[in-house]
Ligand binder design. Structure first.
Ligand code: KIV
Ligand code: NA
Length: 267
């Protein structure tokens, strides 16, 4: 595996090769994911829910993102490293501040690209970030930073008007220069339409198999999450249960005097 960059991702779409992407929030997972030759590692603001225990992504700060992205960057070698701009670090009406915030994720945290949620309302902002030399990944559909505006986590683009709006947003993002687009929690038919209409790679989560690639939250696909698991997640293992079982066995061994043995101690 050689270094993944925005050009090699575009080549994958152009050659009909699927793109793989997973989230990571720390050094160890970054290393495992990178060694498994996943194309893109996303330090998602899902970290608020997955590793910080919040109910939504809204409380995640730029400092949280920097701290976790730095850890991931230490474990990553070849994967393209993308970091989310969290809630209230953009879309505030201050584009210069958006560029600075994106710049911190690159300069201080060692991300190679940033992801912003939203459509036509943020194309000026996205263009400014790109002009600063920072590649931008778009994100449409169920954009969790807008959860209160949606009235909950639900499938997006369900009416004809909403579907048309999403397609127009996607085309505007491509026009603004994003190198790839995440589509979250929309019908597979709508995702297929967007994927066909765009030249840039479209990466789906809960958006069917027609997308150019797929992304999942790594804790979800490993079965580490004991919270609600959406229908679009495939659990490739039940590591949560396995970890609990190992810990219970350790507890039992200690309590019964079976750990450590002579071989596990010094003479
Ligand atoms: O924060 C995140 O993990 C994400 C992915 C689900 C796309 O934005
Ligand atoms: Na996110």
């Amino acid at each position: 595996q050689s270094k993944v960059n925005i050009n090699s991702l575009q080549n994958k779409k152009d050659n009909n090769q699927k793109i793989t992407m997973l989230t990571a929030y720390d050094y160890q997972f970054a290393k495992l994911i990178d060694e498994a030759e996943i194309d893109v590692i996303l330090v998602g603001d899902s970290l608020g829910m997955v590793v910080l225990g919040y109910d939504t992504t809204l409380e995640v700060t730029l400092d949280d993102m920097i701290y976790h992205t730095q850890a991931v960057a230490r474990g990553r070698e070849n994967a393209l490293l993308v970091a989310d701009l969290p809630f209230m670090t953009y879309k505030t009406g201050n584009i210069a501040q958006t560029v600075k915030n994106a710049g911190q994720l690159i300069k201080t945290a060692k991300a190679e690209a940033v992801k912003l949620e939203g459509g036509r309302e943020i194309v000026d902002e996205i263009a400014a970030v790109i002009r600063a030399g920072i590649p931008v990944m778009g994100h449409l559909g169920l954009t969790p930073q807008s959860v209160h505006q949606f009235g909950g986590f639900k499938v997006q683009g369900q009416t004809d008007a909403a579907a048309e709006k999403l397609i127009a947003d996607a085309l505007a993002l491509e026009e603004a220069g994003v190198f790839a687009l995440v589509l979250e929690c929309i019908s597979r038919d709508l995702a297929a339409k967007v994927t066909n209409q765009l030249s840039i790679p479209v990466i789906g989560i809960g958006a069917g198999r027609s997308c150019d690639g797929q992304v999942l939250v790594v804790h979800d696909m490993l079965g580490i999450n004991n919270q609600f698991v959406p229908k679009f997640v495939r659990e490739y293992d039940n590591l949560g249960e396995k970890v609990k079982k190992a810990i219970k066995t350790y507890k039992q061994d200690v309590e019964q005097g079976e750990f450590p043995t002579a071989g596990e101690s010094f003479s």
